[in-house]
Design a protein around this ligand. Structure first.
Ligand SMILES: Nc1ncnc2c1ncn2[C@@H]1O[C@H](COP(=O)(O)OP(=O)(O)OP(=O)(O)O)[C@@H](O)[C@H]1O
Ligand SMILES: [Mg+2]
Length: 297
């Protein structure tokens, strides 16, 4: 099965790129491949102008720590038998040859920046709240001074007020540590408030990409429209052609030919069954839909 196909984009330094799409469309796979947790079987990834990943390529050692992935479930990334302090030391033990004192100084600095009191660090993961676990999860990667942070559903499972706190924290950290984010979320409201650019994925492909305000205000792909229609919290134009039925999530193995979205598309035409639409970019805003672009129908 091909979980990602023809996915191509770039992110500028300091920018926040949102990645949205339904469950199983490949968002986590994309994030993990960029972070080096999974190896690509095709294509390549470049970082600061240098190719760092392609099939069979060993990732240069120096760049590993600079791209970090924050797991969907922060509690699961912390070892239950370790104190939080030990969990914060561990990445430095792996990625640096610093002395214990050097590590302790870094851990203290980041814990303070994250609003984690020193006494809290002697506790175990089950002895702190979900919001605190998320802070520790973020602190764990910030000790490594990353450049790019891939946040996989950073607010899922949090109540609304805690969501707002986490988003504010992410904004502060971005400024304070000069970070570039890839923010994976199914929450259009989160994407709209945090992201400069947004990529909409469907079955392993990017079907629409562009500046967030443009994509949300003037979506070009019918799938993006249906996502927006399904999101009750976003203002702006209303779309009535909602077509998302939660029980019919498509599988990437089912694709034969033509447009992957056509079976669920309210505006498909005969040509959609044979032509696989390419991403056509106009004014920095791209969409892969025959009905939108001027491709031969
Ligand atoms: N280790 C694996 N082995 C085989 N298939 C996998 C593996 N991990 C993911 N997949 C499949 O790859 C596709 C993409 O999965 P991925 O986890 O990237 O989705 P996602 O967009 O992050 O979904 P969610 O929103 O539910 O987290 C899915 O069809 C999934 O079933
Ligand atoms: Mg995922």
């Amino acid at each position: 099965m091909r979980a990602l196909d023809r996915v191509s984009f770039s992110v500028a330094e300091g920018e926040v790129l949102g990645i949205v799409g339904e469950s199983g469309c490949g968002k986590s796979t994309l994030g993990k491949t960029i972070a080096g947790i999974r190896d690509p079987t095709g294509g390549s990834i470049s970082f600061n102008g240098e190719q760092i990943a392609s099939p069979g390529q060993q990732r240069p050692k120096g760049v590993r720590a600079r791209l970090q992935y924050v797991y969907q479930d922060p509690g699961a990334s912390l070892d239950p038998r370790w104190t939080l302090r030990r969990s914060l030391h561990e990445p430095l033990v792996i990625h640096t040859n610093w002395s214990r004192e050097q590590r302790a100084a870094k851990v203290d600095e980041i814990a303070t920046a994250m609003g984690l009191p020193a006494a809290l660090l002697d506790r175990y993961p089950h002895e702190i709240s979900g919001g605190q676990q998320r802070r520790v999860g973020l602190a764990r990667i910030l000790v490594l001074a990353p450049q790019i942070v891939i946040l996989d559903e950073p607010t899922s499972g949090l109540d609304v007020s805690l969501q707002a706190t986490v988003l504010a924290l992410l904004r502060d950290l971005r400024r304070g540590f000069n970070l570039t984010y890839l923010l994976i979320s199914h929450d259009i409201a989160v994407v709209s408030s945090m992201c400069d650019q947004v990529a909409v994925m469907y079955l392993g492909r990017i079907v629409e990409i562009g500046p967030t305000n443009q994509v949300l205000a003037r979506p070009r792909h019918p799938y993006t429209r249906s996502l927006l229609a399904a999101s009750p919290r976003i203002g702006g134009p209303r779309f009535t052609d909602s077509l998302l039925q939660p029980d019919e999530v498509a599988e990437p193995t089912e694709i034969e030919s033509g447009c992957r979205f056509r079976s669920r598309c309210p505006i498909s035409i005969a040509a959609c069954a044979t032509i696989d639409p390419q991403l056509v970019v106009e004014d920095g805003h791209g969409a892969a839909c025959l009905r939108w672009s001027d491709q031969p129908a």
